[in-house]
Structures are given as C-alpha cells and as structure tokens.
Write a new protein. Structure first.
Length: 269
C-alpha cells in the first residue's frame, strides 16, 4: 500500500497467509483481511469528478495486491476492494441509502462478479494459458466442489503447457520486446539458437512409454487364460512404462520446452 504525504510517498506492507486462513474452502475468512485494511482504504479515498468538472473527492493512496505464486488470488482480493469502494461511491451519489449494500442489488451484483471473473480469465490466459482458478468464488461468492475440480483440471493443463509449450511463447515475447536481436547471418553462417537437435532419447523414450502404457492397459482390461500369462504381460509392459518414465524424469531438461533466445544471449554475453 502507498499513500501520498506531502511531497513524499509512504509505503507499507500488509501480510496475509491466504492458503492458511482460507483452508478447507473457508473463503469467507477473506473478511479478516478486508477488516484489517478497511481503515487504510477509507484513508486513501477515491477520485470523483462531477459532470461540470468539479472534483468532489481526491484519491491519496493505492493498493498493490501480489500473491507470491497465484495471480488468481490477487484478482479475488482486488474484487473485494473494488466492491467496498463501490459501496462508498454509490452512497456518496445517493444511489444506495445508508444500510443498503452492493451485494444485495441482485442484478448489479451478477454483472459485477462476472466482470471481475472475466477479467481474471483474460489475465490468466495471457500468463498461464488457461482460464483463472477460483472464479467460482468470484462469480458466486462461495467456493464449490465443482470449482475445486475445475481448478485441478486447469492446474494440470497449466503444468503441461508451462513445461512443454512455454518456451516458444517466451521466445516470441523476447523478440517482440527486443531482448534478443537477430543477426542477419543467423541460419546461414551462424547457427540459429532456435534449431536445437533433439537427442535420440527424446523420441525413443516417449515411444516406449506410450506403447508400454497402452499395452499394459490392454493386458489389464482384456483378461487372458491362464492368469499367470496375463500377469507376465502386465509386469513386462508395466515395467517398460515405469522404466521409460523414470528415464524421462532423469533427463527431464531435454524434454522441457525452455526459452532458447534469452539463454543464447546470456551465453554470448
């Protein structure tokens, strides 16, 4: 948080253990954080100008919300701060009377929640490749089991994308921002960092894992007589799958899609 005091700006930090405080889907406990910073928000105020150009209120401070590993939680907290600010603004304008709450205005609340949830999805797709997590809370005001399952699915997709597709996106960003300058002789007399020859392990281990896993599943699902013969097939193909998976984990750096342009620049420097 930061506030303008005279000609200087004062900053301070408010810590909140989101994971601990809201465990077991107790997201109602976010009120603890809002209660702690409500006085600061009142002190900061908000900017308001009427149609005739008259400035009614000045804003003197800002909140910067950062979760250590999750942009989705950041969006949730920002939406709560926005709702509280709207409450004050609507009362100032006479839209709401004293004692009335924004969340009790059903139609507006529906629009408000979905705007913030859509904002979370748009930001998350840029950074993580999927829609945001925890949007069930943003859209409905409570955590649900279906939302928890959806978060698990999106997290799995993020893990896959970040490990096997993110390098290309980062290289594109580095080119766009000018972090990597392409040499005019690149690809002819100078090797291009984008052309990386994959080792034999990259292809053979993936093929063995795919075939082994498929054959193991067939051996389990299609019973055979005698059972001892079926058990041998299961052990053989299961062992092949596990062995190839272990080698893939051991040589994991060769399978991950890492950025190539920025690393090439660092080596040159």
């Amino acid at each position: 948080m930061g506030i303008l005091e005279g000609s200087s700006i004062k900053y301070w930090y408010e810590s909140f253990d989101f994971h601990h405080e809201c465990r077991k889907m107790r997201w109602d406990r976010l009120s603890i954080l809002i209660d702690r910073i409500s006085h600061d928000q009142d002190t900061f105020g908000y900017f308001m100008m009427l149609r005739d150009g008259k400035v009614v209120c000045q804003q003197e401070g800002v909140f910067r919300t950062n979760c250590i590993d999750c942009l989705d939680r950041t969006n949730v907290v920002q939406s709560l701060l926005a709702r509280r600010c709207l409450q004050q603004q609507f009362q100032k304008l006479g839209i709401l009377d004293e004692g009335q709450r924004v969340e009790d205005q059903t139609d507006f609340e529906y629009i408000f929640k979905n705007v913030w949830a859509n904002n979370a999805d748009a930001c998350a797709k840029q950074y993580a490749g999927t829609g945001a997590l925890k949007t069930d809370f943003t859209r409905t005001g409570r955590r649900t089991k279906w939302g928890l399952l959806k978060d698990g699915w999106n997290s799995a997709i993020r893990y896959f994308r970040n490990n096997f597709y993110d390098g290309f996106r980062q290289d594109s960003i580095d080119l766009f921002l000018g972090n990597y300058i392409v040499d005019e002789n690149e690809g002819s007399t100078i090797p291009s960092p984008l052309r990386v020859e994959k080792d034999w392990k990259f292809y053979s281990l993936l093929v063995i894992f795919a075939i082994g896993s498929a054959m193991c599943m067939f051996s389990i699902l299609l019973p055979d007589e005698p059972f001892s013969e079926q058990a041998v097939y299961i052990l053989f193909w299961g062992g092949a799958s596990l062995a190839s998976l272990g080698l893939i984990y051991q040589y994991g750096a060769e399978f991950v899609d890492r950025p190539k342009l920025a690393q090439a620049k660092v080596k040159e420097d």
